[in-house]
Design a protein around this ligand. Structure first.
Ligand SMILES: *Cc1c(COP(=O)(O)O)cnc(C)c1O
Length: 456
């Protein structure tokens, strides 16, 4: 097989910023070892997130110019609605300014004290919005998903037996919703199989619990199903997406992921009563029902991006880029999550830095080292992001200590990725010199965004 090439040519370029290692050492210290506090101008290759960082196509930019900014009933909204509906099949579509705004609305309505939301793994903003409502989130990832280095085709699957047991234990009446995240962002960008989605549907039907999909990376998930699940190799991505959504009662979406947009999101559902409540809250917090906190031009960019993302040449290149970097790291002995996920490479920081205990945040320490050594910015997905404290103030660590290197869509080329691999491998060779960190300042919710740290 020939090299899988970037399925685009470049019309506009943006400069990236070079700094010296000495400069970065001081920048990192001033940023309190928190990558969210580093200015983007001080980053060479920015793998902090794939969210809102996509390169838009010339078609999307053309759509931006066609955006109609009417307050109510903009034609841009109807193009957006039609595009979302063609993929999800959902009749009721509510635009929001990003994914967490959709979450805020749905969990404000369905959440509250004494309620439980069950998931394969809740993404951080999803969990935060659930907890902010007073409810609790419960992650029920399958056994394979708990072991970063053991390859399996669908490590994002929900544990169906645990789902049933949890429902029996908590009581279906206390569970307003089961949410499956595709692909499973916090669990390594691992896909969920069609069979698992069907199984979750059946359990939800049995207990009469609404079933939603966190659909941020629906196209990447659909492509994995096409590659890995029997019976789907001849189906189009649209057909696979249609089938996935056909099992759900609704979905939340961040258009900053699989819609190639820089901002946006939506809620989609089948239940009219629920949609009426959502729209009422939308008008208070986001805006009128035909723009939901977005400009008409954003709705156009999303409408077009949602269709472009299903192109199989794109998805092949996308999935291959992640696999390419993952494989280079595996060859060098770097511990990474296997197999490669859909949007990011996940380094197992516990294994990478065995000399740093979890209460000194090995993931965060590694993030700092990668930045200092090569100007590459990643993010910790571990105990800084998900850790809690027990009654004595002792850290209850996260299940995994990962460093995520998320690849923005259509932004970097193969040589950028080669450079990233070189940086990681060089840091790996000198890993013994990396020091642990201690928190000096933090907030109660989503502390990783703003926390300040120092070397331990
Ligand atoms: C990004 C993301 C969200 C939240 O979307 P925002 O647009 O960032 O608010 C929710 N769930 C998952 C799985 C995500 O990746």
């Amino acid at each position: 097989m020939k090299t899988i090439i970037e399925p685009f040519k470049i019309k506009t370029v943006e400069a990236i910023y070079f700094t010296t290692k000495e400069e970065r050492r001081s920048i990192l210290e001033k940023a309190f070892y928190n990558p969210f506090r580093i200015h983007a101008k001080d980053v060479l290759i920015d793998l902090l997130t794939d969210s809102g960082t996509s390169a838009m196509s010339s078609n999307q930019w053309a759509g931006i110019m066609q955006g109609d900014e009417s307050y109510a009933g903009s034609p841009s909204f109807f193009r957006f609605e039609e595009s979302v509906r063609s993929i999800t099949g959902m009749p009721l579509i509510i635009p929001t300014h990003q994914g967490r705004a959709a979450e805020k609305i749905i969990f404000t309505i369905l959440g509250g004290k004494g309620k439980y939301f069950l998931s394969n793994t809740l993404f951080d903003t999803t969990r935060a919005n659930i907890e902010f409502s007073g409810a609790e989130g419960v992650d029920l990832i399958c056994e394979e998903g708990k072991h970063p280095s053991i390859p399996a085709p669908f490590k994002g699957n929900m544990d169906i037996e645990a789902l049933q047991q949890t429902i029996t234990k908590i009581g279906a009446e206390n569970i307003p919703m089961v949410i499956i995240t595709i692909t499973n962002n916090s669990g390594g960008g691992q896909p969920v199989s069609m069979q698992n989605i069907k199984d979750v549907r059946n359990v939800c039907t049995e207990y009469q619990i609404p079933f939603f999909i966190d659909a941020c990376r629906f196209a990447e998930n659909a492509y994995f199903i096409k590659l890995r699940e029997e019976g789907y190799s001849n189906k189009s991505i649209l057909e696979i997406a249609n089938e996935m959504f056909s099992y759900a009662d609704g979905c939340t979406m961040s258009a900053k992921k699989d819609a190639f947009a820089n901002i946006g999101g939506f809620l989609a559902m089948r239940d009219l009563d629920l949609a009426v409540q959502c729209r009422n809250l939308l008008i208070v917090t986001e805006g009128f029902t035909t723009y939901g906190g977005l400009a008409g031009r954003d709705l156009e960019a999303i409408a077009i991006g949602l269709q472009e993302i299903m192109d199989e040449h794109y998805l092949q290149y996308r999935i291959r880029s992640i696999e390419y970097l993952t494989n280079k790291l595996i060859e060098a002995g770097v511990p990474v999550m296997q197999p490669a996920g859909g949007h990011a490479v996940y380094i197992d920081a516990k294994d990478f830095l065995p000399h740093i205990p979890v209460d000194q945040y090995p993931g965060q320490a590694l993030v700092g080292a990668l930045y200092e050594h090569g100007g590459v910015r990643g993010v910790e997905i571990g105990s800084l992001m998900f850790g809690k404290y027990d009654a004595e103030g002792k850290l209850i660590p996260a299940q995994l200590e990962l460093v995520r290197l998320a690849i923005p869509r259509r932004v970097y080329t193969q040589s950028h990725i080669d450079y990233v691999a070189e940086v990681i491998i060089e840091v790996f060779e000198k890993r013994d010199a990396i020091k642990g960190l201690a928190i000096i300042e933090e907030t109660p919710l989503l502390r990783h965004f703003t926390a300040k740290l120092k070397t331990a």
